[in-house]
Design a protein around this ligand. Structure first.
Ligand SMILES: NC(=O)c1ccc[n+]([C@@H]2O[C@H](COP(=O)([O-])OP(=O)(O)OC[C@H]3O[C@@H](n4cnc5c(N)ncnc54)[C@H](OP(=O)(O)O)[C@@H]3O)[C@@H](O)[C@H]2O)c1
Length: 266
């Protein structure tokens, strides 16, 4: 049905967008590999998986692309995730490379994100004092963009692109003129000195607030379960439920105890 809706016979790149920490990654990737074998998808990608999980998934089926938030204001992937992807030959797809628009300089005050349905208002970095601190932090980047005769959006994209041939950022826009502006980032040339200066300006300690709301930050950079274990009853949100199991060859019914874990919303 999904393929029919998309109007294609096969999906080029199929991602696991979030890792379920309660399911061994081998199970998920075993099922995804079957989709490749059935000819429904060509290549597989993963998003927001931790480095160990990347390795385990890659051992089941080669990962073609790793999609992670990466930009001047979100650099957590630099220490372990990017090196792991590079070692395994996995292409790196920085998502939200414009910091959900913030790095363009167009969303520096609350009024700019007050349109109904603008989800940025839910993100800590766009709230109250965090937003003020981050607007101040952005000034250096904006000045650097002026010095390069480019827009802050172009500079933000040029910085990501300069991080390696394996970087394929996916900036989002609904406007053609912004698409053209963003594409022109390919013409912004940064020297090693520029990159080093930007690295310093983009010190993550200067940015205020979590990159996701507290309720969903735990769905990022997730390591999957090492092996299947019955869910522990003391876990938050667990509630007991009695299930019945029929033992083969016996008439008696054994009562077992299991626990249902309330689903977390991403
Ligand atoms: N894997 C994941 O978990 C995950 C999570 C989030 C996002 N993503 C993906 O990443 C891609 C982009 O992410 P994103 O849209 O969140 O963030 P983004 O690319 O960092 O920023 C997009 C925002 O910036 C604005 N914008 C774009 N170009 C601009 C420019 N030149 N000047 C001023 N404003 C500009 C857009 O507004 P207009 O549309 O009004 O131009 C939009 O609000 C999407 O494909 C999305 O699906 C993946």
């Amino acid at each position: 049905m999904s393929l029919m809706r998309l109007g294609v016979d096969v999906i080029d790149l199929y991602y696991q967008h979030r890792v379920d920490p309660t399911v061994p990654i081998e199970d998920t990737w075993g099922a995804m590999k079957e989709l490749v074998q059935a000819g429904k998808v060509r290549y597989l990608g993963i998003s927001e998986a931790g480095p160990k999980t990347i390795r385990r998934a890659h051992a089941v089926h080669p990962i073609t692309a790793g999609q992670y938030e990466y930009s001047l204001w979100t650099r957590d992937v630099e220490d372990a995730v990017i090196p792991t992807c590079r070692e395994l030959g996995i292409g790196f797809v920085p998502y939200s490379p414009l910091g959900r628009g913030f790095l363009t300089g167009q969303y520096k005050d609350a009024a700019a994100i007050s349109t109904p349905g603008d989800r940025r208002g839910n993100f800590p970095r766009f709230k109250g004092e965090n937003l003020d601190t981050n607007a101040k932090w952005l000034e250096k980047i904006e000045n650097k963009a002026k010095a390069h005769n480019c827009t802050p959006a172009q500079l933000a994209l040029a910085w990501v692109l300069a991080k390696g041939e394996d970087m394929l950022p996916i900036p989002g826009t609904r406007k053609i003129h912004r698409l053209e502006e963003n594409l022109a980032a390919l013409n912004v040339k940064l020297s090693a000195q520029d990159i080093s200066e930007l690295d310093q300006m983009a010190d993550p300690n200067g940015v205020s607030g979590l990159r996701y709301p507290e309720a969903s930050i735990h769905t990022t950079l997730v390591e999957s379960l090492e092996r299947w274990l019955p869910p522990a009853p003391w876990r938050a949100g667990a509630r007991p439920r009695t299930i019945r199991a029929k033992r083969a060859g016996l008439r008696s019914i054994a009562s077992l105890c299991a626990w249902e874990i309330e689903g977390d919303s991403a």
